[in-house]
Design a protein around this ligand. Structure first.
Ligand code: ZN
Length: 170
């Protein structure tokens, strides 16, 4: 039987399971999302004080990075609102993959407004977060109906019986 090993994220050494502990950092508050929706687990050598201290320091750095990403997101949100013809009524954030605690997440931010004729105007920003980095894509007009249609067609595809010929390799 193979012994389970992990890499310490501080000294980068491969260590047996019992020598590795996890320093948990909840980044949710820094991102302004519900508690425990974005958690980072930092692996460190539990028999090396420097690795523990390193993991704690890394945790603090991650929180700072998350806050920086959040303030950048807030600024982009403000810029988006300024570009909108009509004042915003509300904003909405949806975390697509709250279970992913590895620091990689997709946030779907929506700004909602209404024009003179009471038509709803939606402006979206999809933000991909990977540890210290983030990238945003702006898109307009995706409606709840479209998202519902997406979920329905995805569900249909998942439940679809695949015929044997589709399995054949070319
Ligand atoms: Zn270590």
């Amino acid at each position: 039987m193979h012994e389970i090993t992990w890499i310490c994220e501080i000294c980068i050494k491969e260590r047996p399971d019992e020598a590795i502990s996890v320093h948990k950092v909840d980044l949710s508050e820094a991102f302004g999302i519900p508690t425990s929706t974005c958690q980072r687990n930092i692996k460190y050598c539990n028999d090396n004080k420097q690795c523990l201290e390193g993991a704690k320091a890394e945790g603090e750095n991650e929180i700072t990075r998350a806050r920086n990403i959040k303030s950048r997101e807030d600024q982009e949100q403000k810029d988006r609102e300024q570009k909108m013809k009509y004042p915003k009524l509300n904003a909405h954030t949806f975390v697509l993959n709250p279970e992913d605690n590895g620091g990689e997440q997709i946030h779907f931010n929506t700004t909602i407004s209404r024009d003179d004729e009471d038509n709803v105007e939606l402006s979206h920003e999809i933000t991909l977060i990977s540890y210290a980095n983030s990238a945003s894509i702006n898109c307009r007009g995706i409606t709840p109906e479209q998202l519902r249609a997406w979920a329905d067609s995805l569900e249909k595809k998942i439940n679809e019986k695949i015929s044997p010929e589709k399995h054949e390799l070319k």
